[in-house]
Design a protein around this ligand. Sequence first.
Ligand code: CUV
Ligand code: SF4
Length: 625
Amino acid sequence: MDVKDRASERSVDTASQIMLREAERQGIDTAWDRLEAQQPQCGFGELGLCCRNCNMGPCRIDPFGEGPDQGVCGATADIIVARNLLRMIAAGAAAHSDHGRDITHALLLTAEGKSGGYEIKDTAKLNALAAEYGIDTEGRNKEEVAGDLARAAYAEFGNQEGPIRFTRRAPSKRVELWRKLGIDPRGVDREIVEAMHRTHIGVDNDYVNLILHGLRTALSDGWGGSTIATELSDVLFGTPKPIKSMANLGVLSSDKVNIIIHGHEPTLSEMIVAAADDADLIALAKEKGANGINIAGICCTGTEVLMRHGTPIAGNFLQQELAIITGAVEAMVVDVQCIMPALPDLAGCFHTKIISTSPKAKFPGATHIEFHEDKAFDIAKEIVKAAVENYPARNAAKVKIPDEKMECMVGFSVEAIVNALGGSLDPLLDAIKSGAVKGVVGIVGCNNPKIQHDYAHLNLVKELIKNDVLVINTGCNAIACAKAGLLLPEAADQAGDGLKAVCRSLGIPPVLHMGSCVDISRILTACAAIANALGVDISDLPVAGAAPEWMSEKAVSIGTYVVASGIYTVLGAVPPVLGSANVTALLTEGAEDLIGAKFAVEVDPFKAAKLILDHIMAKREALGI
Ligand code: CUV
Ligand code: SF4
């Protein structure tokens, strides 16, 4: 196969195709090549049938019924598959929630006057959250209130009993159902510890009981750790409002110092963006022959500063390696999550410095400049300085920046959506009732080289808006849509007549960018508000979720809390559960009776759109609209 064909088979994104051809020309391997080298991937793993939970194993179950049907301890396919899934949920919930905890810590330091440069940016949100937590605001300054809020949220991570605050945004019917099933979540730390306990050899051996705890653990992430991450980030950095920016690798500059921020926690990216404005550092950049400092993001941390500052976004998950191959990146600054361990070796082929910053995430071969919130701005300046000083090492002959970038409009927090609607959700509810908007679908999640890059994301989104479904999105789906021009009011031209008219009258895109992965909490909050306004449960709404190209354990936690919240969810990549017919049936059928929503798996985005549209029409009919 020639080089051109391979690149266009791997991605639908022109900028990525250009860089994939460049990688091939230079003999550089990327995730796509490493996926090929992994073929055939382990069939037991694919089905979820291998267990390493004790040292009598590893054990595996023969899916064809010819080999053993139990592990050494007697664990069956049902037990092994359910335990493995629960561990994936626990890991994903841990990632989101540890992020939330770090934000809480930063808010606490800021409230106590001990942070290195943060300030409380959104007092209105602070007061609204304080009211939710029953914290007194009368006659107190914002630091006092924020201190109490941060301490209350901090304590909830380890909440042994009782509800966690933000779960009570959900309709009372939903909360009742969680209680009845015994899955109303406690603190996320407790749920994760219990998940690890239950999956230890010889503890929980009932697949239904295991999966139920999976729902509870995921709920403690979605309505707990993730919502805390979102809400406290808004207090500290400002609640996003619609703002325009640019997306794709073409945002890299040919004559400025390019710094890419990649990872997740805005505590770091906010400060890097601020430090890049520092007059001394800009002067230093000029002294080194550059025309200034250009910051661009990858993945979720890029999204955080994209929606709050309009910082351009260079790409989504599968573009992290491609960005380095442009030869134009002085530093890629990383913190935690979704950062490929392949980066330092790859950067070694160029002048790019990989700068790791988190004590939790070190990368052999990277430069480690440890970031601490109490000295945030000073450390950020040190990091930016290291990047600037690397500019003279750039080899102009190796620079190849694809001339591809697209304008986008981002930052539709729930508050911003309500604002765009003129102060209440009513115009959206009316549009849904009249059928101008058939329903609302949240499309989220990663890229996965098993699926042509961005293909499933874009086609599912286009198919839905064409059928008058309003799409809200986060994470790597949002970045895919940004690059394709779908996050612009003009994209309403691609929508059906009903949605087109609504978008035109409000001046909004048919695809609303709600933020990073932890901001799927915004989608939960929006669904809860809509359900409460209509006096129904979330599971009654004409809404759905989808993760067309997911890969991370975080996505498993997300999908699970979305379903546990009553939202039908279609996955575009097959999760490792097919080894158990019982677990598969529970997730894709039985869950409906249990919690009013279920999973579906559909790799083809056009068929996935059809499943979602059928679901939405059925929900509309049941509501009598
Ligand atoms: Ni947190 S989890 S690849 S960056 S959406 Fe993107 Fe989003 Fe998945 Fe990671
Ligand atoms: Fe094997 Fe059971 Fe140990 Fe798993 S827990 S490795 S199935 S003996």
